[in-house]
Design a protein around this ligand. Structure first.
Ligand SMILES: [Zn+2]
Length: 589
C-alpha cells in the first residue's frame, strides 16, 4: 500500500490538482495563490511542484496532494487516494483499510438504492404518477437525470425485498444505511421511504450518502411529514450536507459565488433555470460546515430565502458566519412567487435576473426594516434601529462598517453619531441582545526574531548553494539552537544543489523545518546574493545579541554574589562576542 501511495503522489501533478480550486500564479520556484482554507487578501498559500507540497503561511495548513484533497473536499484518505489513483492511472491493489469495509458496503447499497428509485421513476410502471407530477412542474428529464431523482413506491417492502432477495444484502446493513426500519411489533423490517419522490444526497465526491424524500402530493397523509430525510448514519451527517453541491461545485468556482436556497425543489428549479451555482441547505438551519464548504470555492454567498421572520433569522446567522470568513453576503429579493421554485418555474429568465440584481445584505436589511416600520415616528425608528443595528455591529471591517452606518443614518434621517453609539453599544454587549461570538483570529506566529531569520536564511541557502561555504564561517563562534538552527548548520555544510534532494536526505526530524523554509522562500528569483548575505549578518548579530543578554544577566548575578572570577570570565566572553560582531560586519563590505 505504502508504495502505491507514493506512486500515486509521484504521478500526480499537485499544481494541476490545487489549481482546480485555487488560482495559482508562478512566482519563483513556487506557485502562489489565495488560501482556500482561510480568508485572505494577499496570497500566502504556496505550492511547490518539485516537492509535491503545499503550505499556507497564514493559517498553517499544509501537506501533500492527498492532504489537500481530503481537506478541500471533506473526504477521507481512501477516497482521496482512489480519486487521484484513477486520474494517475494507478490500479490500487484491493486492500481495505480497517473498518473501511462496512463503509464501502454502505456506499454500495446507497448507490443501488438510488438506481432502483431512479428506475422506478423513469421506467417503472408504479412511477408514472410521480413522473407526471415532476414533468408538470417543469422538472424535465434532463434535470431528473442530473440529480438522479427517483421514486419510492408506496408499498411497505419494495426496497427491502429488492435489496435482500435480489441483491442478497443483510437487513441489518440496510438498517445501518438508513433505508429500512425495524417493525415495532412482530418480525422483520419495512421501507423507510414510501410514496416519495427521492432526491439522492451526494457527498462532495458525488457518492450517494443519503436521501431526501418528498411525499407525492396525491399520497399526502396528515401525520406524515412533507419531507423525510435519511437519519444520521456512518455516511450521512446532515450538518455537513449541501444539496446540489456536487453538481454546482464547478460553477461556484467559476462564478465565484454560490446561490443558497432552502429546499430541494428550489434547487432543482433554480438549476433548471440556468443558475447552476445553486445549492440547498435542505430544510435545516445553515451550519458552519456548510458555509465552510462554500467558502473554499467562493467568497460571495447569495441568499435566496423567504423574507419572513424565520428567513431574516437565517440571514442573520449566515451573515455572522460569513463575516468571520471575510465573505460577502447578498440577498436575492424574491418577487413574483413565494419561493425560488415558483419563480424559476414560472419565469426562468426573471429568476436569473433576480439573482443578478441581488442586493448587499445590509442594504436588504435596511430596506426590509423600513418597509416594515414607519420611520415617521419614534416607535418606528426604534424598531427599525433594533432590527438593523445588530447587523451593522457584526461587520468586521471598520471602514465598511462606517460606510454602512452613514448610509443607515442618512436613510433614517438621523445623525451618524447616534447610529455609531448604538452600534458601539451593541458591540460591547451593553444591550439586552446577545453579543456575537468573538471572532477567532488566526494567531500570529509566536516565533521569535532569531527563529524567523534562521528560517529565511535557510530558504535562501537552500536555493543558493554557492553562498553556503562563504557564510558558514560567520557562525563559527555562535551557537545555533533548535530544529531550525540545526537545519541551518546542516545546509551550510552541504554541497547538494537540488533542495529537494537535500531535504530528502536530511534527518527526518529536520525535514519539516527544511520544507517549510523552502516553501516560504516565495519569489526567490528576486532574492540576490547580497540579500542573503545581509540576512546572515542580521542573524549572526541577533544571535550574538541574545547570547550577550544571557551573559550580562549571569554577570550581574555573579557581581551581586561577589563571585569576581566568574564576573571577569563572563566579561571576557561578552567582549569576545563584541569583537566577533565587528568582525562579521566587515564581511559584507
Ligand atoms: Zn490559509
Amino acid at each position: 500500500m505504502e508504495d502505491q501511495v507514493e506512486e500515486v503522489k509521484r504521478k500526480t501533478d499537485i499544481v494541476g490538482i490545487v489549481g482546480q480550486y485555487v488560482a495559482l500564479k508562478k512566482m519563483g520556484r513556487h506557485h502562489k495563490g489565495l488560501c482556500p482554507f482561510h480568508g485572505e487578501k494577499t496570497p500566502s498559500f504556496t505550492v511547490n511542484e518539485e516537492m509535491g507540497l503545499y503550505k499556507c503561511f497564514g493559517c498553517g495548513a499544509g501537506g501533500d496532494v492527498l492532504n489537500f484533497l481530503m481537506e478541500i473536499e471533506g473526504i477521507d484518505f481512501r477516497d482521496a487516494l482512489e480519486r487521484l489513483a484513477e486520474k494517475a492511472g494507478v490500479k490500487l491493489v484491493a486492500k481495505r483499510f480497517e473498518g473501511g469495509d462496512q463503509k464501502q458496503k454502505l456506499l454500495e447499497i446507497m448507490d443501488i438504492a438510488a438506481r432502483y428509485y431512479h428506475w422506478q421513476l423513469t421506467e417503472g410502471k408504479g412511477g408514472e404518477a410521480a413522473l407526471k407530477y415532476l414533468l408538470d412542474r417543469g422538472i424535465n428529464q434532463k434535470l431528473i437525470k442530473t440529480f438522479n431523482i427517483g421514486f419510492a413506491l408506496p408499498g411497505w417492502d419494495h426496497l427491502t425485498n429488492y435489496l435482500t432477495k435480489k441483491k442478497s444484502y443483510q437487513e441489518e446493513l440496510l438498517e445501518k444505511a438508513g433505508l429500512i426500519n425495524k417493525k415495532n411489533a412482530g418480525q422483520g423490517y419495512f421501507d423507510k421511504f414510501r410514496g416519495r419522490i427521492m432526491f439522492p444526497l451526494l457527498d462532495a465526491g458525488g457518492k450517494v450518502v443519503g436521501f431526501s424524500g418528498r411525499i407525492l402530493p396525491s399520497l399526502e397523509k396528515e401525520n406524515e411529514p412533507k419531507y423525510l430525510n435519511s437519519p444520521e448514519t456512518e455516511l450521512y451527517h446532515k450538518g455537513r450536507m449541501l444539496f446540489g453541491f456536487y453538481q454546482a461545485k464547478q460553477t461556484i468556482r467559476e462564478k465565484k459565488r454560490a446561490v443558497l436556497v432552502e429546499g430541494q425543489m428550489d434547487l432543482v428549479s433554480s438549476y433548471g433555470a440556468g443558475v447552476s451555482e445553486s445549492v440547498a441547505i435542505g430544510g435545516t438551519a445553515l451550519t458552519e460546515d456548510q458555509i465552510t464548504m462554500i467558502s473554499r470555492l467562493a467568497k460571495t454567498i447569495y441568499l435566496a430565502f423567504d423574507a419572513d421572520d424565520a428567513g431574516i433569522l437565517a440571514i442573520k446567522r449566515a451573515v455572522e458566519m460569513a463575516e468571520k470568513r471575510e465573505m460577502d453576503v447578498k440577498v436575492v429579493q424574491i418577487e413574483g412567487g413565494k419561493d425560488p421554485d415558483e419563480v424559476a418555474r414560472k419565469n426562468p429568465a426573471l429568476w436569473k435576473e433576480m439573482v443578478e440584481k441581488a442586493v448587499d445584505v445590509y442594504e436588504f436589511v435596511m430596506t426590509h426594516a423600513m418597509k416594515k416600520y414607519d420611520k415617521g415616528n419614534v416607535q418606528g425608528i426604534k424598531k427599525i434601529t433594533e432590527e438593523v443595528v445588530p447587523f451593522l455591529a457584526k461587520i468586521e471591517n471598520s471602514v465598511v462598517r462606517e460606510l454602512w452606518m452613514r448610509k443607515f443614518a442618512e436613510r433614517l434621517g438621523v445623525e451618524v453619531g447616534l447610529v455609531r453609539s448604538e452600534v458601539e453599544r451593541m458591540k460591547s454587549g451593553k444591550t439586552g441582545i446577545t453579543k456575537p461570538e468573538p471572532v477567532k483570529k488566526i494567531e500570529e506566529g509566536v516565533e521569535n526574531k532569531v527563529e524567523k531569520l534562521t528560517k529565511r536564511l535557510l530558504g535562501g541557502l537552500l536555493l543558493q548553494p554557492i553562498l553556503r561555504k562563504q557564510i558558514k564561517p560567520w557562525f563559527e563562534k555562535t551557537t545555533l539552537i533548535g530544529a531550525s538552527g540545526k537545519a541551518l548548520k546542516l545546509v551550510m555544510s552541504q554541497t547538494e544543489e537540488s533542495p529537494a534532494n537535500l531535504i530528502e536526505a536530511a534527518p527526518s526530524e529536520l525535514k519539516e523545518v527544511l520544507q517549510e523554509a523552502y516553501m516560504a522562500e516565495g519569489s526567490s528569483e528576486n532574492t540576490t546574493d547580497k540579500d542573503i548575505q545581509e540576512l546572515a549578518i542580521q542573524l549572526v548579530r541577533e544571535v550574538i545579541r541574545e547570547e550577550k543578554k544571557v551573559l550580562m544577566e549571569e554577570m550581574e548575578t555573579a557581581r551581586k554574589e561577589g563571585r569576581e572570577e566568574d564576573e571577569d570570565r563572563l566579561f571576557a566572553k561578552v567582549n569576545e562576542l563584541n569583537r566577533e560582531e565587528s568582525r562579521i560586519v566587515t564581511f559584507l563590505g
